[in-house]
Write a protein that binds this ligand. Sequence first.
Ligand code: HEM
Length: 131
Amino acid sequence: MHMLTDISTPADIETLVNHFYGKVLNDSLLADIFKKQIGNNWEVHLKKMVSFWHTLLLNEQHYFGSPFMAHADLPIKEVHFKQWMSLFNTSVDALFEGPKAEEAKDRAAKMAAMFQHKLAYYASHNKKPLL
Ligand code: HEM
């Protein structure tokens, strides 16, 4: 029996983002990293993340920014990315089912891999990213 539908509207994106960051804020490994960086700006962060996923999944340009830079100075390693991905995949699977849901998990995994690759590069070369 299939009761879940695919991600298809801006409201779906909002549902996913709210659900995921709800999990993040209750996660013992990740919550403090987000809280420390975001402080009182959750509304801004959530809006930005909705526009980011809207751009990726619904093919409408809403987000303009450079995602990597927001992570360049965070205290994050493989264990954090694993947990982030686990919460993200669980959130998608709890709410949606279909090609867009699969695409969301795939895009997240690729971004997570890219961030880790860049973080490792800058750490090992003792350099700071310019953008
Ligand atoms: C360990 C994993 C991660 C942690 C702890 C983390 C944490 C954060 C934090 C704290 C911010 C807010 C930065 C600020 O406003 O100063 C942020 C922004 C953001 N994150 Fe992550 N993140 C993680 C993984 C990811 C992944 C895998 C993606 C992509 C799928 C992603 C996409 C973004 C985007 C698009 C922004 C907004 C950047 C902007 O300001 O334009 N993050 N993240």
